[in-house]
Ligand binder design. Structure first.
Ligand code: GLC
Length: 442
């Protein structure tokens, strides 16, 4: 089965530059002296003796793939003295974020390890929620250059590593291979095909995306904006949201969201709604992250197993663009089991753990070498495809800043109003510009 079609434009050059800037920012701190002192009482814990049993609490968002259970089981088998108690968090990254902020700002030690969206580490480091990981990385000789540089940069702040890369994400286009002859390469072609093919093979919709007012909307919008050549914040940290490119992109989103080929309630759609509808066979096309390849291929849940292929997102005037997503793992600064917590982080983000996440969960490894691993390649034609690795490496990052939640909120509000028809694309771009400029200057 060929799950991936070529469709990459010269746009990668532009996004590569963005990525290089992001990586540079992360790397400049490499040579700064590391603070490995243990004067801080919150970080001073004894390593548990070999035989001493400990239980750590691990929190992450809802897992629809079953990978998490296997990951925990494999870890516990390798570490018989460490038990992992699982705490399920909401699927929506924003709702999850807010729960962590409540817990950690109260200096609670109840959660030891947690998965963190790539947009959180800078904020959590600055707010003192996270344990700095350099001392563990050094002691265990973890080679950070084995990871994709962009994923390492997401976990770095003020020259220190606060989060380890667990898996990486980039938006992709899923389509029904039993309906679509040649997948669209531009947004306009997608619109045309979605209209024409809607209704075939029992489908109700032509296209599904994440258009609810939450972080996923920002990710979808960044893809449209970058594909038309726009940006929110440029390489020199200038706010450049109010541009003809961004306006054109928002108009394209309005056209899609307002069309008859998306569900009436598309403005409530997040990843879960997209996944459920798509694997039930209700749509011809869908934008989602790689994890959906696991559920789409799972015959016990999916009505479309064997009839799904994946390709790059459609191009705008400037090419195709994917938002850089992904998840890291972090340790609560107030954890009372820091060494055991680190063992779990090391396992999940090391080759063995990432293999489970890739094969069972469909999510893309952050360790470069795993793309040469035969079992991973066999489990996912997507991961076996060098074109997909290029998409991952050139995906557009969101700004790495402690005030990211503020920027995201502005984008969510302004984009939602535009999609709901409460303001024009021009007004949305103008408001994004002035509000983000104000937030950044404060
Ligand atoms: C995925 C991405 C994450 C992003 C989220 C938005 O989980 O990995 O980075 O913020 O989707 O819904």
């Amino acid at each position: 089965m060929k799950l991936w079609k070529k469709g990459l434009g010269s746009f990668w050059l532009i996004v590569l530059v963005i990525l290089l800037v992001a990586c540079n920012n992360g790397d400049t701190a490499k040579d700064e002296p590391k603070d490995t002192s243990s004067e801080d009482p919150a970080t001073e814990t004894e390593e548990p003796a070999e035989e001493e049993e400990v239980t750590i609490v691990y929190a992450r968002g809802v897992d629809t793939t079953g990978a998490n259970e296997k990951l925990v089981a494999a870890f516990e088998e390798a570490h018989p003295n460490i038990n992992v108690e699982f705490r399920e968090m909401p699927a929506d990254t924003g709702a999850q974020h807010d729960q962590y902020v409540t817990t950690f700002s109260a200096q609670s030690s109840e959660i030891d390890v947690f998965d963190a969206d790539v947009i959180w580490p800078a904020e959590f480091a600055q707010a003192d929620y996270a344990l700095e990981l350099d001392r563990f990385i050094e002691k265990d000789n973890i080679d950070m250059s084995a990871y994709f540089p962009g994923t390492v940069a997401s976990g770095k702040f003020n020259g220190k590593q606060w989060a380890m890369p667990k898996f990486t994400d980039a938006g992709v286009l899923y389509y029904r291979s039993d309906i679509v002859e040649e997948p669209p390469t531009t947004w306009d072609e997608l619109i045309k095909q979605a209209k024409e093919l809607q209704g075939k093979e029992g489908t109700e919709f032509g296209y599904l995306m994440q258009a609810a007012q939450y972080e996923g909307l920002v990710c979808n919008a960044i893809e449209f904006i970058a594909s038309y050549g726009g940006q929110i914040i440029d390489e020199e940290n200038n706010v450049v949201a109010n541009s003809p490119e961004t306006i054109k992109a928002i108009k394209k989103m309005q056209e899609i969201v307002g069309s008859d080929f998306v569900p009436d309630n598309i403005l409530n759609f997040m990843e879960t709604e997209t996944e459920t509808a798509f694997i039930e066979g209700k749509s011809v096309f869908a934008r989602n992250w790689p994890y959906m390849q696991a559920s789409a291929a799972d015959e016990s849940r999916s009505k479309v197993a064997g009839n799904v292929e994946i390709t790059t997102l459609p191009k705008g005037d400037a090419g195709s663009a994917s938002t850089l997503g992904g998840w890291m793992t972090m340790i609560n600064r107030y954890s009372e089991n820091q060494q055991a917590a680190w063992e779990f982080v090391k396992f999940m983000t090391g080759p063995e753990g990432q293999k489970i996440t890739a094969i069972e969960g469909g999510s893309a490894p952050t360790l470069k070498a795993l793309y040469d691993d035969e079992e991973i390649k066999e489990a996912s034609p997507l991961f076996a495809n060098p074109e997909f690795v290029k998409v991952l490496e050139s995906a557009v990052p969101r700004p790495i800043t402690p005030i990211y939640p503020v920027i995201s909120d502005i984008l969510q509000i302004e984009l939602s109003k535009a999609l709901a028809g409460e303001q024009t694309a021009e007004e949305a771009a103008k408001n994004m510009q002035t509000k983000i400029e104000k937030a950044v200057s404060e």
